[in-house]
Design a protein around this ligand. Structure first.
Ligand SMILES: [Fe+2]
Length: 251
């Protein structure tokens, strides 16, 4: 079975439309969204409407939680906070309710073992897996929960964390993952699927993965979208300059 997993749309309707158009031409059985559907971008309602219309299974991200009022925006930097408050004001109540109704985790049984889909980490949905020590903790948590494979977003930087022979974490950025990456069925893996609407790994192109759970292969896909159109929408909405700029450079 081919499974598409993506994350961090961040209210970027131009990126979301390009992504959906691309996958409409692909063969797949399931598609999952790992959260931060809104926040930063100028099309929060358009993005939620689209995900709802397509009935895409989704979890919540930290931005979604703050925007629907589950948490205080105090922990975010001033630009992110401004975007959060703008989105909170903009998002229709029915779309907030839809976000409130999502779970923090999705469990999936595959032919190889249990898969977990979560925004940040199997330890905690808000935690970032950015270092070997984070990955080590995450692998221990996966062991305790009998999880073979965990899909995350949150950092906006696509990569693979696999296990070496001694079980220690091995990092591989997306740029080094060419074509179908064959995974070892006896070793655990954490897949960071990157971001649809605000990549931060040096390219503005959106990112998602296709997992073949029979062959146990992972393929990262990058796609271009009309970045300038997304930036113009954000300018017109009065969103902070830094957030607009970073879309163009992918930082
Ligand atoms: Fe995010």
């Amino acid at each position: 079975m081919k499974i598409i997993v993506f994350s961090d749309i961040h209210g970027n309707i131009d990126a979301l439309e390009s992504f959906l158009e691309l996958i409409d031409g692909m063969e797949y059985e399931r598609v999952y969204n790992l959260g931060d559907t809104v926040g930063y971008g100028a099309g929060p309602n358009e993005c939620v409407d689209m995900v709802r219309k397509r009935n895409i299974s989704s979890v919540t991200g930290n931005h979604d939680d703050v925007i629907v009022g589950r948490r205080d925006p105090g922990r975010f930097n001033p630009d992110a906070r401004r975007a959060i408050l703008w989105t909170r004001n903009e998002l229709r109540e029915e779309n907030k309710d839809w976000l409130r109704g999502l779970n923090d985790f999705i469990w999936m049984d595959s032919s190889l073992g249990k898969a977990l889909l979560v925004h940040g980490s199997p330890v905690n949905k808000d935690e970032y897996v950015v270092s070997a020590s984070n990955a080590e903790k995450a692998f221990i948590s996966m062991d305790e929960q009998d999880i073979l494979i965990c899909f995350v977003g949150h950092t906006h930087k696509a990569c693979l964390w696999t296990q070496g022979i001694d079980g220690s974490p091995v990092f591989k950025p997306q740029a080094e993952c060419d074509g179908d990456v064959k995974l070892e069925p006896t070793m655990k893996v954490i897949v960071n699927v990157g971001s649809i609407g605000q990549p931060r790994d040096g390219t503005p192109d959106g990112c998602f993965v296709v997992w073949d759970d029979v062959r146990h292969t992972m393929r990262f896909h990058r796609f271009s979208y009309p970045v300038e159109r997304a930036q113009t929408r954000m300018k017109d909405a009065g969103l902070p300059g830094f957030i607009i700029e970073r879309l163009g450079g992918g930082f």
